[in-house]
Write a protein that binds this ligand. Sequence first.
Ligand code: PLP
Length: 429
Amino acid sequence: MNINKSEKLFEEAKKYIPGGVNSPVRAFKSVGGTPRFISKGIGSKMFDVDGNELIDYIGSWGPHLFGHNPQFIKDALIKAIENGTSFGAPTEIEIKMAKLITELVPSVEVVRMVNSGTEATMSAVRAARGYTGKDKIIKFEGCYHGHGDFFLIKAGSGALTFGVPTSPGVTKGNAADTLVADFNDINSIKKLVAQNKNEIAAIIIEAVVGNMGTVRADNLFIQELRTICDEEKIVLIFDEVMTGFRLAQGGAQEILGVKPDLSTFGKIIGGGLPVGAYGGKKEIMEMISPSGPVYQAGTLSGNPLAMNAGYASLTYIKDHPEVYKTLEEKSAYLENGIKDGIKSVGKNFQFNRVGSMMTFFFTEEPVVDYNSAVKSDTKLYGKYFHEMLNSGVYLPPAQFEAMFVSTAHTKEDLDKTIVANYNALKSIL
Ligand SMILES: *Cc1c(COP(=O)(O)O)cnc(C)c1O
């Protein structure tokens, strides 16, 4: 595969942009090699600047439920741009958008639009702290909630009950207010809650995780989490930035049957434009300014282009509930084909899937939490990734990420991927 132009652009980009990219995972650091510079996306395909055609399973890291540049979103954007790009004053589309979200996600009574998933999770935690008057939060090892300071925390070693920063620039003060629990382990929550009685404002979780690779919360675990939050007056936040509108109209909370107090959204909600949102119980959301004292604002929040793209996506989802059946069928077909390939090479590598979110883990033990996920052979994943890329299949350039099937993926795409998977495994093992 010729990648001369991508190579040249990457060298040029590195002169002016940190690491050559505007978000780190794009740089292929964990798999090695040169990232492809993309010139165009149509349906299930992306085309790089050297003219290579790639079957895309990243979908811009989640937003493209319908593949690249679907006609109905393009139409909505073209129509919106005729009237201007931003007003900094209320518009009617913001009401339509908020109302539609509350219809699709019943736990959301009131919702505030922001510009990214990171903004949504940071603001949701602030709302929870303002509402409860408490400072500490609990997150789970391996869950990602954007790059807010108090989320860039991992579990401290041994006797430490508080977390430690995962990035320079995050203060010890931030780390002291973030406690880290083990995913799918209710005892780790019970312990932290007991040790920090009446100090926990919120527990935030990806109820179906995408950011350590795909891992589903056990039903019992998530029910017990709900009960503990009720008993201890802790705000339960589901971070549905990835899972919202991807797993079902009502996201992970619909498939798990548990209602959080607050939810955060991003990715699909913007139809490919930069959007985030947080919402939930009216009583909590009414704390947000200007109706309450908790400050949160945004110059471009509720931007008309972003709202029209997002509204078109969510309207499509509402009018076509069968998209989830289609996604399930396509994803199950791909899963079966990939698993057959794994069996054919005599391995028991794990393939986790929930709806159209899935991860191939290069470990033979079940992956149920962070500790089991990191048993994966990331070097082998890197080799696999490059074999697949050379066959025209664009997977996440890191082991601990989810890949996505869109409604635009055809049977031909899936079959090509299944063949590429078998060939890749044969060649790397
Ligand atoms: C992507 C993601 C975020 C961060 O969203 P950005 O728009 O990148 O800031 C937060 N939480 C989850 C679960 C995500 O997948």
